[in-house]
Design a protein around this ligand. Structure first.
Ligand code: GAL
Length: 364
């Protein structure tokens, strides 16, 4: 009853607005509760006025991933589409997933095409998180809500979503936590990473794309955690590997040639690069856990299997199930016209020989 009255009012208000502005009904107004049940034909106008009420099975979704060749984001996008279709009732044909090809201009084009084709919501893994203000404005103008994933826009931007009531949100995991867990994993080894017993942990750091907050914080907080555990540290090398296995392999190979036994720990901002590092470590006849330590982040199956086999010191589970499902749930909330928080965080989980088997079961 109440809903009927609200709808009639909404239609009336909208008609007045249309007449006055002659530009149609803006939906950036009331963030009210919306119905989720299937729409009756006669209520179509009211639903349009409702600014939401899109039936899930008819909802068009535009997804763009910064780069399809990224191992972790491949697991993420697979889970995202699976969950949307199998568990939330989206129609696969209505979901468009684009490869941003690590090129922001290309991705911005894709977003423009999503706008032209009239998607109801977007889920975006930006190539450059610094382009969030521009992208958010494009989406806002087109009245399309946006869920950012994986690469967190800076705080000024996310604060603006709240203060200006923009339908944009971010879901990810706290990169500081993943870095801290990496440092703790080294601090929890029998000699706290100081294999040669000289009182200092000498390490190399293989970084992801440094524009990315995950790369920045993992680099900083892994070392901070080790130092907080009472260790002195020495950075022998810091080099970007852009999340890429082949680069991780090459950087480690060169570093082992240059620094040899001095390297006690190889910190990698993700598992793909750590798997590359492991190839170089094995080729140089070094032994994980005996004369060198190696940690990554993500919990790719190969990395976790290597922990079980004693060939990796540890990793950190970057929960793509929780993040992908959370992103889809946020998109649904937007489609229902609900308000959502600007920032949504999913926890990381430490992965060491103690729980590697258990994590492996979960991700297989
Ligand atoms: C990180 C992940 C990396 C890479 C990156 C892309 O969270 O650990 O492996 O996928 O996101 O932005």
């Amino acid at each position: 009853m109440k809903m009927k009255l609200r709808r009639v009012l909404a239609v009336l208000m909208c008609m007045v607005f249309v007449l006055a502005m002659a530009v149609g009904c803006s939906s950036s107004s009331e963030p009210e509760e919306k119905e989720t049940e299937t729409t009756e034909a006669g209520d179509a106008a009211a639903d349009a006025a409702d600014a939401a009420g899109v039936d899930i099975k008819d909802a068009k979704v535009g997804i763009s991933i910064y780069q399809f060749s990224d191992n972790f984001m491949t697991l993420y996008r697979t889970e995202l589409v699976r969950y949307m279709v199998d568990e939330l009732g989206f129609t696969e044909a209505n979901i468009t997933v684009q490869d941003g090809k690590n090129d922001q201009a290309e991705q911005t084009n894709q977003i423009n095409n999503f706008i032209t084709s009239g998607v109801d919501v977007m889920i975006l893994n930006l190539v450059q998180s610094s382009s969030a203000p521009q992208v958010t404005d494009m989406c806002k103008e087109a009245n399309i809500p946006v869920v950012y994933i994986n690469r967190q826009p800076d705080e000024t931007e996310s604060d603006r979503w709240t203060s200006e009531g923009i339908n944009a949100t971010y879901i990810g995991a706290d990169a500081k936590q993943s870095g801290t867990f990496q440092g703790e994993e080294i601090a929890e080894t029998e000699n706290k990473g100081d294999i040669n017993g000289d009182g200092t942990v000498s390490y190399i750091m293989i970084q992801g794309d440094p524009e990315n907050i995950d790369a920045q914080y993992r680099t900083e907080y892994s070392i901070k955690a080790l130092e907080d555990a009472g260790m002195k540290t020495e950075e022998l090398l810091l080099q970007r590997g852009d999340w890429d296995q082949a680069k991780g392999q090459q950087i480690t190979q060169d570093a082992l040639t240059q620094f040899g036994d001095k390297i006690e720990v190889v910190f990698c901002n993700n598992d793909a690069m750590a798997l590359g590092a492991l190839q170089a470590i094995q080729a140089a006849d070094r032994k994980i856990g005996e004369d060198i330590y190696l940690v990554g982040v993500d919990a790719l199956t190969d990395a976790v299997q290597n922990i079980v086999d004693g060939k990796f010191t540890g990793t950190v589970f970057n929960d793509y199930f929780g993040q992908a499902q959370g992103a889809a749930d946020l998109a649904v909330k937007f489609l229902n016209g609900e308000k959502v928080d600007a920032i949504n965080m999913v926890d990381y989980v430490k992965v060491t020989p103690d729980n590697a088997e258990e994590i492996l079961e979960k991700i297989k």
